[in-house]
Design a binder for this molecule. Structure first.
Ligand code: TMP
Length: 212
């Protein structure tokens, strides 16, 4: 558990089409109601800072070498941690991020095949605090569902970006890497069965007691 800072860090993860974004807004409002003495900061990756949002636009559209993609994801993350996440956590705020490092392991590692050892190095480099601890979310909600169901849901929405255009095999590999990360760190992950209806998922999230 991350007890480095007085704040509390929550991330939402899952393959595209898992439905996590639908719940982030409502969940952040719920947290704000429950913890009215704390400020809730909602943010996203890639993005979350002016530079990060510029990198996001490139990352989601431009074809690029796999290492370049991973380095840009982590460059955006470094800026996000330095400018937004760490200062907020130091002030005791609740930070809710739509994706964090697990997405790099899942997409660049699992999906695209970048060596997990390289990702471990980047994670350590970018998330290590000055006193040698590794910044991680206190809790990560992983919206898990089979690739085919996510694909069917995605086809009903907006024009797909670079990642959303990938095939089923890619998303199955992304899912498996998310599940591997969850298994390796069960105290941080909370698995949401994303085959449920949005109403069922919302009741589950509402019923969850999060102790800050
Ligand atoms: P979003 O659709 O959830 O906003 O995320 C943008 C896309 O970026 C999504 O397809 C996942 C991908 N992504 C990565 O490939 N690696 C990462 O490290 C992050 C944060 C996102």
């Amino acid at each position: 558990m991350n007890t480095l800072f007085p704040g509390y860090f929550i991330s939402f993860e899952g393959i595209d089409g898992a439905g996590k974004s639908t719940h982030i807004d409502a969940f952040s409002k719920l947290m704000q109601e429950r913890y009215s003495d704390r400020e809730v900061v909602v943010t996203r990756e890639p993005g979350g800072t002016p530079l990060g949002e510029k990198l996001r636009a490139l990352l989601l559209e431009a074809p690029m070498n796999l290492e370049t993609e991973a380095l840009l994801m982590f460059a955006a993350r470094r800026e996000h941690i330095a400018q937004v996440i760490e200062p907020a956590l130091r002030l005791g705020k609740i930070v809710i991020s739509d994706r964090f490092t697990d997405a790099s392991f899942a997409y660049q590692g699992g999906g695209r095949g970048l060596s997990l050892a390289k990702l471990d190095d980047l994670e350590r480099w970018v998330q290590e605090t000055s006193d040698g601890h590794l910044l991680q979310p206190n809790i990560t909600f992983l919206f898990d569902l089979p690739g085919e169901i996510a694909q069917a849901r995605r086809s009903k929405v907006r024009v797909p970006d670079k990642f959303e255009q990938m095939d089923l095999g890619f998303f199955e590999k992304v899912r498996q890497e998310y599940l591997r990360r969850a298994k390796a760190d069960p105290s941080r992950f909370y698995l949401v069965d994303a085959t449920q209806t949005p109403e069922q998922i919302w009741s589950e999230l509402q019923a969850l007691k999060i102790k800050l």
